[in-house]
Each structure stands twice: as C-alpha cells, then as structure tokens.
Design a protein around this ligand. Structure first.
Ligand code: SF4
Length: 329
C-alpha cells in the first residue's frame, strides 16, 4: 500500500471550538483522516502570542480543544494529536528559521497586518510578529506534505515555502515544501448577523453546548428586522437563521426561503426547525464528548502519546538540520 501523505493542521487553544470551526475545518478533518496521516496540533504556544496574560485559559483549553476534535469523530487510533509546547523541535527550528526571514517580510505579511489590527496591536510582541516562522516549524518538524488552510492563511504558506527553499538551498537539506490544501468549506456568520462567528464575539454555538443552550441561542438569533408578524413577507437573504439552514438543513433550505418570502412560515417555527437540525448534528458529538469528559486520563494519554511520537519525528528533523547547518562538534 502506498505511503499516506502527511497533513498538519490544528487549533489555537484559546477556548472551546464552535460550529464555525466545525464547518471551516473539523468536518473536513474527519473526512481526511481516512486518506492522510493526520497530525493535529493543540497550538498552545501560538495561543500565547495573543493570550500570554491568561495561561489558565490556554491550559484548560488544551483538553477542551482535544475533546472537541475527538467528539466530532476524529479517531485517536488514526490521527496524531500533539501538544505544541511539548515538541522541542518546534522551538529549535523556530530559532534556526528566524535567521532566514527578515523583519520587514514579517511586518508586511498581510495576515499579520490584519490580525494585528483586529487585536488593536500598535506595538506587536516579537512572538506575535514571528508566529508565522513558528508555524513554519510546526509544519516542517514532521515533514508535512499538505496543510489545509483558508484563503487568509495563504501568505503564511508562502512564507513557509520561502523559508524552506532558503534552508534547502543554503544547507542542502531536503525538508518537504508543503502544499496548501485550500479548504472549500464555508465560513459561518455569527448568530447576531456578524460576518464571523467568534469566541470573543459572543455569537457562537459551541460544539459542547447543550440542546437547551442551542435552542435558546437560536431563539435569540437575528432575523429579518422588517418582519413583525408571521404572515409578513420576509427577506431570507438578510437573515442569519436562513444562512444556517443553508449549511445545516440543505434539504429544506430552498423551501424555507420560499415560504419565508411568501409569509408562509413564522420566524419562531423557522428557528425551532433550525435548532432541531443543529441538535441532530450535535447529539452524537455530545455523546462522544461525555465519554471523554468521564475519561480525562485517556485524553491526556492520547495527547501525550501523540506528542511522544511527534517528538521522535521532530528530533530526527532537527538532527538533520543541525548537521546541515554545521551545528555539531
Ligand atoms: S422565517 Fe426564517 S428565514 Fe425568514 S426571516 Fe424568519 S427566521 Fe429568517
């Protein structure tokens, strides 16, 4: 059997994951795990770049994020779940790679610029500015072939190419130049109609939310504001609830839109139907999560075992890079 290509993906450990993460990447991971050697990074060092003043949140989130991944159906027998801060190779490679990239290149990285503006950073920390270098180390310590990303992450992959090419050209190493695997997944708007569902925006449905919480959140979701009575003709194109039907209730989406426009369905009934569909999706996740919640030692074991395996691979990569850079006596 041909050797599987390796994928590196992961999540920042800054809180529980929500439906936006599911639609944007987790759902895809569940499919990919069957055909690729999948490494999933619990990115706690990257979380420090923006949440360094809240280490307790980062630490608690390592379990939460691992359980979110396991609850949606990632199989610990198939995938390798890794705690970023346990991997010595990532720290070492970050230092070596930092010699190969200029400060100006990092400053002009469009993703860094956008994210710095979003966080309101006038004066970025060295760690934040340099996180794409650390990301290159994340991808290359295990010689990942593919990195599933959204369009906004492409500049980081380009930087990874530059660094890897420079390293291979200068020192004759053969580190894999990874390819971006552009995600065709949808981006989910917030329940408040905000263009993004976000942990900090208070507009998210979490994968670990109870059915009652989902019902309540959907009940309060923003709809067409011009609609006062159930028989008023509605505008599904400006309604957050309809975009959720489109993603999570594809079979009924068209019909709901038509009925909304004709004043044939009220928002209360429409929301109730959406909540039912979301809970249908989330129920098996809740079941798996309950199992892992009751077996936290097992989750710890999965993370530690994955990290040990990653360390063995990373140590080999670092040894090769150090030798090529003449960092041996
Ligand atoms: S009926 Fe549904 S789609 Fe139409 S405005 Fe109300 S919640 Fe939105």
């Amino acid at each position: 059997m041909a050797e599987q290509k390796r994928i590196l993906t992961g999540d920042r450990t800054t809180g529980k994951l929500h439906l936006g993460h599911y639609v944007g990447s987790l759902q895809n991971r569940v499919r990919l795990q069957h055909d690729y050697d999948t490494f999933i990074l619990m990115a706690d060092i990257q979380a420090l770049t923006t949440h360094f003043e809240n280490p307790a949140l980062i630490n608690g989130s390592i379990y939460d994020v691992a359980m979110d991944n396991l609850s949606v159906g990632l199989d610990p027998e198939k995938v390798t779940i890794v705690q970023q801060s346990q991997i010595k190779a990532i720290a070492e490679l970050t230092v070596f790679y930092s010699m190969l990239v200029s400060v100006n290149t990092l400053r002009h990285n469009p993703t860094i610029k956008t994210e710095a503006a979003n966080y309101g950073y006038n004066d970025m920390t060295y760690g934040f500015l340099g996180y794409p270098v650390s990301q290159t180390a994340d991808i290359t310590f295990c010689n990942a072939d593919l990195v599933p990303v959204g369009e906004d992450q492409l500049p980081h992959i380009e930087l990874t190419h530059k660094i890897v090419r420079r390293l291979n050209d200068l020192y004759g190493t053969n580190i894999t130049e990874p390819k971006a695997m552009l995600s065709s997944c949808s981006r989910l708007i917030g329940l408040d109609g905000n263009s993004k569902m976000g942990k900090s925006l208070g507009n998210a449905i979490y994968l670990s939310d109870t059915a009652e919480t989902v019902n309540e959140k959907v009940r309060l979701a923003v709809t067409d504001p011009s609609r006062i009575r159930a028989k008023d003709p509605g505008h599904p194109d400006i309604c957050a609830v309809s975009t959720y039907h489109k993603v999570f209730n594809t079979e009924e989406y068209e019909d709901i839109c038509e009925r909304c426009k004709a004043g044939g369905i009220g928002c209360v009934a429409c929301k109730r139907r959406l909540a039912e569909k979301l809970n249908e999706l989330l129920d098996p996740f809740r079941e798996r999560r309950a199992y892992y919640e009751a077996h936290k030692d097992l989750v710890k074991d999965i993370i530690n075992t994955g990290s040990e395996k990653a360390n063995r691979i990373g140590d080999e990569t670092v040894a090769k890079v150090k030798e090529a850079m003449s960092l041996k006596i």
